[in-house]
Design a protein around this ligand. Structure first.
Ligand code: COS
Length: 382
């Protein structure tokens, strides 16, 4: 594994860092308060090519390597995690089902507007009764007698970006008795009759991005909206989630890095008992532990990404990276609140916001417990 970043990746990472400092950092709190990212900023993100990071060049994207994607995810997570979350659906769970299993015609039609950011994608897997046990989902896909269409019925919850999405990768079952072997993926466009967006759920953090219910009521989609064959949906969802987990891991590293920098600034300037609090070993050790864990986490992310770029299956490595990095980032956020003291508990403080926002990283795209299950299964049945 080459520990040096390729020159083009390093340069693009620097460009994104400057963009984050110039355009995203100043509005990080505003986005938290208003609940949305201003359109002018979304346009700047489009202009930088951020919506098409992993989409191949022939469909208008930047065709970035996994290592490159992880570097960008780190940088984009340094102001407010909501910026990464807007970008990540088009560069991950909202586009990869199509990229991995779509026909050439489906890809030519739908990938360019995703790459440009003109359209937004999302991933509709989770249901009220099917969270960790994804294979038990209840949304049905029933083929019509003429074989030209499927009728989708069911409901999905907590779907990130559903409120603004144009495309939905919907997981449904053609036969519940088949378990995971019945799952089938569909590419559903927003204006399809029978698809409606339900309640936007209030949540603990990530206030600048929304999760919503997606309701499918006799939603009629053409057979050519299916991604891959009947029964291939579960494996496809898992492959997409492998990628999503790596992206979250990289984001957790970026967030933790930003927090440790904020802790250092504060510890150097906050004076108590006549000296900066950084001169207390209790504080200095929290900084040392955080910085050490961040380096370890970054190494895990880069290793998984590098292996992915070599074409290896990285299910275990992605789960390891997500498990370690998200748990680590939450530990760092907890220490950040501690170092800031009372200030760290107050609205408007960076530690307070990241403490709430990062908590979901240990839950979504597979809880820490599910990551352990995936890792253990791979160890026990290599
Ligand atoms: N890549 C490709 N194929 C995969 C795979 C992966 N990463 N993981 C599993 N599969 C395949 C398996 O090989 C198996 O195929 P065969 O039956 O042909 O052998 C099939 O999928 C079923 O796998 P498994 O038996 O492991 O399925 P389980 O029902 O036991 O579920 C877990 C596995 C728990 C890992 C899965 O349901 C999961 O990841 N749950 C969490 C879901 C999640 O992240 N939800 C968040 C939604 S997005 S916010």
């Amino acid at each position: 594994m080459d520990l040096n970043l390729p020159e083009d990746v390093r340069m693009f990472g620097d460009t994104v860092r400057r963009f984050v400092q110039r355009e995203l950092d100043p509005i990080a709190d505003e986005v938290e308060e208003s609940g949305h990212i201003p359109e002018a900023v979304v346009q700047s993100m489009r202009d930088l090519g951020l919506f098409g990071l992993v989409i191949p060049e022939q469909y208008g994207g930047l065709d970035l390597s996994a290592v490159g994607l992880c570097v960008v995810m780190e940088e984009l997570s340094r102001a407010n995690l909501c910026f990464r979350i807007l970008i990540t659906t088009n560069n991950g769970i909202g586009s990869l089902g199509l990229l991995y299993a779509g026909t050439e015609e489906q890809k030519r039609r739908h990938l360019p507007p995703l790459a440009s950011g003109e359209k937004i994608g999302c991933f509709a897997l989770t249901e009220p009764e099917a969270g960790s046990d994804a294979a038990s989902l209840r949304t049905t896909a029933t083929a019509t007698a003429d074989g030209d269409h499927y009728i989708l019925n069911g409901s999905k919850i907590w779907i990130t970006n559903a409120d603004r999405a144009d495309y939905f990768t919907v997981m449904a079952t053609v036969d519940r008795k088949l378990g995971s072997k019945g799952l089938t993926a569909f590419w559903v466009e927003r204006d399809t009759p029978g698809l409606t967006i339900g309640r936007i759920e209030p949540k603990m953090g990530l206030h600048g991005t929304q999760v919503a219910e997606v309701i499918l009521e006799d939603c009629r989609v053409p057979t050519n909206a299916r991604l891959g064959a009947e029964g291939e949906g579960f494996g496809l969802a898992m492959r997409v989630l492998d990628h999503g987990r790596l992206s979250i891991a990289a984001s957790a590293v970026g967030a933790a890095q930003r927090l440790v920098e904020a802790m250092i600034d504060h510890a150097n300037t906050r004076v108590q008992f006549g000296k900066p609090i950084a001169r207390n070993q209790a504080i200095a050790w929290m900084l040392a532990d955080s910085a050490t864990e961040i380096e370890a986490a970054r190494g895990l992310v880069r290793m998984a990404a590098w292996k992915k770029d070599q074409g290896e299956r990285v299910t275990r490595e992605c789960s390891m990276a997500k498990l370690y990095c998200t748990e680590m980032a939450c530990r760092v956020a907890d220490r950040a609140v501690q170092v800031f003291g009372g200030m760290g508990y107050m609205r408007g403080n960076i530690a307070e916001r990241y403490y709430r926002d990062l908590r979901v990283y240990r839950l979504y795209e597979g809880t820490s417990e599910i990551q352990r299950l995936v890792i253990a299964r791979q160890l026990l049945n290599p």
